[in-house]
Structures are given as structure tokens and as C-alpha cells.
Design a protein around this ligand. Structure first.
Ligand code: GDP
Length: 401
């Protein structure tokens, strides 16, 4: 099917199932679509973060979730005693994505030999092993155990910002790139010497995720995660680069035809005058997902303001859609749509019509589906553009690369 792309998480088998249900009755077809969309929205992703106490696990967990250390629900940082329990921290806007703060290996309650059993390794999609300096014997042993259990692990070397600033102070002929390369090489060599083949090490600062290797870690995970988990991961990622924002947009875009399909079917319910009202409710729901996914809701913007030191009002002021930092209402959507009517162009309407016919939507219903399709594309563009502006504003002060 020509509309499939890498972010389309509904498989061709599932599309066939939708068609079969649709043949029985439109209601059954729609129920199936709804089921798939819901399943996708709630895909669980469990990320294990492990490493010695003080290596920066909690700080990374908070940064990934866009939460500041002092916020409610933050993983406690800078605590001297070792984590004695396995704690999980849901993403504020995507609670099915959880980061787990695991105790260090080899602490009295979690001896190395029983570690994976004790932390309940089965539930994790992958492991991130963090070290603030070099990776030690326990880290290596753990990585090998994780591999034996059929799971994946990634090494993350934390606190790179302080290495860089220390080197800068110490060396007259300081070379940033060389310093980073040396640290990476050292870590890789250390791991290789201890028996890890081809180790991958990512240099990260949790204070500045947009710098250093976080984007490489992101790309690697995106490649290595199974398709249905990949979107969940992407939606939960902080907007720390133009590329991430673009990919989030593409992932949301790939789902629009299903929302539109759903709305065209809703019009099939013979209640006079109801179809446009129902569509609007659907649009409000989906756009709210976009705003939350791009972290443009009030709570996320406030947290971003705290961590970036850019006043909240400045972040809000760069947004042009009026969709961020507010509750999405049918009235607000109606207002924005008056702009769409002016634009006129039918965005890929032909393509989506073909898709509807393929699925088995009656011709008479296609028009309402096509308009939902156009509307959601239009609003997604606005939200993604605002996300980009907010990102640029937030890193303006701190964009040295
Ligand atoms: P945990 O015990 O592994 O959870 O470690 P924490 O997250 O509590 O971090 C220990 C200390 O390292 C805290 O004082 C953090 O502020 C600091 N820290 C963590 N990550 C970074 C980082 O990326 N850069 C710098 N400079 N300090 C960090």
C-alpha cells in the first residue's frame, strides 16, 4: 500500500482485519480501528537505568522525562545512600513509558549473581548502564548477563559537561573534539579489554541532552527497537533536536489516515447534523495528543522554562498556533480552521481517498474523512512548527556545540 511508511504501526495483517470487519459492518470496522489506535497509544516501554550510586542515574531519568530534580515525581538526586529498591518513573505525558532506577550491582541487597533476577529483568525492553568515569567489572559482568538473557544494553558515560570544562581549565591547547574522542576511546578500550565485543558508548550530559551523544543513543534505539515500541519511545523523547521534532511529526502523521478513517465512519451513523460535531471532538482529542507529545502543554512548558532558564512567557511568545500552553477546545479549533479554509489546497486528498476505498468505506462517507485528514495535517504542522520554535528559544542561551 503506497501510504505505508516506517512510522505506520498498524501492520498489513491488521489492515486486512479492518477490511474484513468493515465488510461485515462499518461499526465493526471502526471498533477495530479504535482498538488499534488505543493499543498504540498505550504501548508499554520499560527502560532500565543501572549503574553505581552517584553515576547520575536519577538525573538522567529526570532529564529524559523533562522533569527538574525539585519537581514532584522527580527521581531523588544527589542522595548519598544507595538505592535499595527498584523504582519506576513514568513519563509525565506518556505514562506507559517508564524509566526504572535500578540499584547498583553488587550492593548488599543486590549481589551481582542474583542481580537480574532480583530486579525482574523480564519486564525491561532494554538496559542503559551508566558510569561517571570508567566502566567497572560489575558493569561488564552485568552487560554479559543481560546479553545472555536475550536483552539489549547500552553504555552511557555521564557528566561529560564536567569533563569538558575541567579539561578546558587544565589544558592550554584544549581541543573539545579530541577530548571527547579520547574519553570515548578510553571507555571502549576498557570495555573491550574486559570482554565486551564492539561496545557502544554514548557520552551524555543530563544537564544538556541536546549536546554530545544523546542523539546517537536516540538513533540507535530507534533502529533497534521493534516497530511498535519505536513510536512510544519517540513520543516520549524530549524535543532536543530538529530531527527528533521532525520524526515525531512523521510518526503522528502516519496515524492521521486512521483517525480520518474513523471520523468518516462516524458520519455513517445516521444522526442528522451530528457528523461535524463528532469530528470536532475527535480533532480536539488528537490535537491534545500532539500538544502533549511535543511538550507544549502548560506543565511541560513550565518545566522547560525552569530547566532552560528561559522565562515561561518568552517560550509562549514564540508560538504562533495558539495551541500551546492552553486547553484545546472545539472553539479554538474552529477558529484555527477558518485559516485552513482560506488556504484551500487539498492536501494529499486523493491519496487518502484511495486508502479509504481500499479499506471499504462507502463512497458517500469519504468526504468527511478527507476533511478530517486535511484538518489534522494542518494542525499537526502548526504544533510541530511551534515545537521547533520553542526548542530553539530554549537552547538559544546554551547552544554551543
Ligand atoms: P545516582 O545516584 O546514580 O542516581 O546519581 P544522581 O543522579 O543522584 O547524581 C549524582 C550527582 O551527580 C548529583 O549531584 C548530580 O547533580 C550530578 N550529575 C548527574 N548527572 C550529571 C551530569 O550530566 N553532569 C554533571 N555535571 N553532573 C551530573
Amino acid at each position: 500500500m503506497d501510504m505505508e511508511d516506517q512510522w505506520d504501526v498498524i501492520t498489513s495483517d491488521e489492515v486486512t482485519e479492518i477490511q474484513e470487519e468493515m465488510e461485515k459492518s462499518p461499526d465493526k470496522g471502526l471498533a477495530k480501528i479504535k482498538e488499534y489506535l488505543e493499543k498504540q497509544k498505550n504501548t508499554p516501554l520499560n527502560i532500565a537505568i543501572t549503574g553505581e550510586s552517584g553515576s547520575g542515574k536519577s538525573t538522567f531519568i529526570n532529564a529524559f522525562r523533562g522533569i527538574n530534580d525539585s519537581d514532584e515525581g522527580a527521581a531523588p538526586t544527589g542522595v548519598v545512600e544507595t538505592t535499595a529498591v527498584v523504582e519506576s518513573y513514568p513519563h509525565p505525558n506518556h505514562p506507559s513509558v517508564r524509566l526504572w532506577d535500578l540499584p547498583g550491582v553488587g550492593t548488599p541487597n543486590f549481589p551481582a549473581d542474583e542481580y537480574l533476577e532480583k530486579v525482574g529483568f523480564e519486564r525491561f525492553d532494554f538496559f542503559i548502564i551508566i558510569a561517571a568515569c570508567r566502566f567497572k567489572e560489575n558493569d561488564v559482568k552485568l552487560a554479559l548477563d543481560i546479553k545472555r538473557m536475550g536483552k539489549k544494553f547500552y553504555f552511557l558515560r555521564s557528566k561529560i559537561d564536567s569533563d569538558i570544562s575541567n579539561e578546558e581549565k587544565r589544558k592550554r591547547n584544549f581541543n573539545r573534539q579530541k577530548t571527547l574522542d579520547d574519553i570515548r576511546e578510553n571507555c571502549i578500550k576498557g570495555l573491550r579489554d574486559q570482554g565486551i565485543e564492539a561496545p557502544q558508548v554514548f557520552l551524555v550530559s543530563s544537564f544538556e541532552l541536546h549536546l554530545f551523544d544523546f542523539h546517537l543513543l536516540e538513533e540507535t534505539l530507534e533502529r533497534e527497537l521493534p516497530a511498535h515500541k519505536r513510536n512510544a519511545f519517540l513520543y516520549a523523547l524530549p524535543n532536543i533536536s530538529k530531527e527528533i521534532i521532525k520524526k515525531k511529526k512523521e510518526a503522528y502523521q502516519a496515524q492521521i489516515k486512521y483517525h480520518a478513517l474513523f471520523s468518516s465512519g462516524v458520519a455513517a451513523v445516521p444522526v442528522p447534523g451530528l457528523s461535524s460535531a463528532v469530528d470536532l471532538v475527535l480533532v480536539v482529542g488528537v490535537v491534545t495528543q500532539y500538544v502533549n507529545g511535543f511538550g507544549l502543554d502548560k506543565a511541560s512548558l513550565r518545566r522547560l522554562s525552569d530547566s532552560s532558564d528561559v522565562p515561561y512567557s518568552e517560550l509562549v511568545s514564540v508560538m504562533t498556533s495558539k495551541l500551546g500552553g492552553t486547553t484545546i477546545t472545539p472553539e479554538l479549533i474552529k477558529k484555527l480552521l477558518s485559516q485552513l479554509a482560506l488556504e484551500g489546497a487539498l492536501i494529499a486528498a486523493e491519496e487518502v481517498s484511495r486508502f479509504f476505498l481500499f479499506i471499504g468505506i462507502p463512497v458517500s462517507m469519504i468526504l468527511s474523512g478527507v476533511s478530517t485528514y486535511r484538518i489534522l495535517n494542518f494542525l499537526l504542522d502548526l504544533v510541530a512548527e511551534d515545537a521547533q520554535r520553542v526548542f530553539e528559544k530554549a537552547v538559544e542561551k546554551n547552544s554551543e556545540v
